[in-house]
Design a protein around this ligand. Structure first.
Ligand SMILES: [Fe+2]
Length: 449
């Protein structure tokens, strides 16, 4: 296995790079945060195949120092530098400061001479897991679908249960769901074909004039999860953008189809859809209500907040994290009390910034959506949780902060009758004492349960 050293001090970015390089290029990664640490590392181990470094870390000219170090040690290890071109550094490739995962993977794959086909195999093995809920709207699978069993030798055994081109046996699928089976598997080689077909079918249902309100909700949940899956594996593509847009439109249509919050909650509380989809759906409803009941509200603001709500906590939707645990953290105190792992802490503190960076690549994003996403916990720079909400943040970000606090309380209940809206509003007035924020809280009092 090849060995890649990543040099940088942004631990979230380094973890993300490491995770993707391991998954797609199959390289072992070592993360270091200075040229000096690399020097010490090379004292013990020179068997590395690639170094990727930021040009500077704080005031240290890291790339320059590494270049000198390699020359001194007469090591011909390829070097990639994230930063502007510098003729004095012998380097395999300079990558832009805002390099995205896709570009990084492509560059490293080229250096290691790994093909796209190798990468698909590398990232997922021979079979690719697909959440079982994705099959619930599928009539005919485009490729064979497998069930994974534990074999006696400790390995896995994959058994074909649904044949490509045949009607999918919904009764059998229902039995698997009842047994609590979380994933079915498709051959990795057919994964792209399968995903594209599923995306097309999902979008078709969401666009259909005859889809029922109930079915729209379950399909939008699939679309949201499918979109995140795609985002994680291939990045932001036309396909993921199309899925996201259809999902956001559907969430807005659902608000029209369930104009009373208690009817929407009856449908969503205790239902099988994912926690984050439900949170998004209810939060969009609450945000629209605030906007509808203000003297400045417009359809354009509602469109904007719908987009923002959909993307703002997307960093928690990766398979490795639990959104239900992380998304409700809204303050320093909650953050301290949450007993988080290091990778969870990093994502919680930076998720607003990460999501803002992601939507800047999205060419159909409403104006300033990235700014509102960055500030959706009241922090101007999108990192951490401030003690109080600054007046400098965007007005829609202030709406989002209040709507999130209210929605979070709703998400704690299993029975609508146990939710006392007036008590929650009283608490919010104490938490957000300024006149401007108090006015936003007041708009919640007209919500009918
Ligand atoms: Fe958030």
């Amino acid at each position: 296995m090849s060995k890649t050293v990543l040099v940088g001090d942004d631990s979230v970015q380094m973890d993300l790079f490491s995770l993707n390089l391991k998954a797609y290029v199959g390289t072992e990664t070592i993360i270091l945060d200075s040229a000096e640490k690399l020097r010490m590392f090379l004292e013990l181990d020179t068997s590395i195949d690639l170094i990727i470094t930021h040009d500077k870390i704080d005031i240290e000219p890291t790339a320059q120092k590494i270049h000198t170090l390699l020359q001194k040690k007469k090591l011909s290890v390829p070097l990639c530098v994230i930063g502007p071109k510098d003729g004095t550094i012998k380097c395999e490739r300079f990558l832009p400061k805002n390099v995205d995962i896709k570009e990084l993977i492509k560059t490293v794959a080229r250096i290691f001479d790994i093909t796209a086909k190798d990468m698909i195999k590398q990232s997922v093995g021979d079979y690719y897991p697909v959440p079982i809920s994705f099959f619930s709207r599928m009539n005919i699978p485009v490729c064979d679908v497998f069930l994974r069993l534990n074999a006696s030798d400790g390995d896995y055994q994959y058994i074909c249960k649904f044949k490509a081109g045949n009607d999918l046996d919904s009764k059998l699928l229902g039995e698997y769901q009842k047994k609590g089976i979380a994933n079915l598997y498709v051959p990795s080689i057919s994964r792209l074909k399968f995903t594209n077909n599923l995306s097309e079918q999902t979008i078709e249902i969401l666009k259909s004039a005859t889809v029922t309100p109930d079915s729209r909700i379950s399909t939008a949940d699939v679309a949201m999860n499918l979109m995140v899956d795609e985002l994680e594996s291939v990045g932001l593509t036309e396909n993921t953008a199309e899925l996201a847009n259809n999902c956001i439109n559907s969430i807005q249509k659902t608000i029209k189809e369930y104009p009373k919050l208690n009817n929407l909650l009856e449908r969503l509380l205790n239902s099988p859809e994912s926690w984050l989809y439900k949170y998004c759906q209810i939060l969009t409803f609450v945000s629209h209500h605030i906007i509808d009941n203000s003297d400045w509200g417009s359809d354009e603001q509602k469109e904007k907040i719908s987009f923002v709500v959909f993307f703002q906590d997307i960093a928690f939707m990766t398979k490795k994290l639990n959104p239900e645990k992380l998304a409700p953290i809204h303050s320093k105190e909650e953050f301290m009390n949450a007993s988080l792992e290091k990778n969870e802490s990093n994502v919680v503190l930076q998720h607003a910034l990460m999501a803002a960076d992601l939507v800047r690549e999205f060419n159909r994003a409403p104006m300033e959506a990235d700014v509102i996403i960055r500030q959706h916990h009241g922090s101007y720079n999108g990192v951490g949780f401030p003690d109080s909400i600054s007046h400098n943040i965007s007005h829609l970000a202030q709406v989002s902060v209040i709507a999130q606090s209210f929605t979070r309380e709703i998400m704690k209940i299993n029975d609508i009758n146990t939710f006392i809206s007036t008590d929650v509003i009283k608490k919010l007035k104490i938490k957000y004492p300024t006149h401007r924020l108090g006015k936003i809280v007041n708009n919640l009092s007209t919500l009918k349960f």
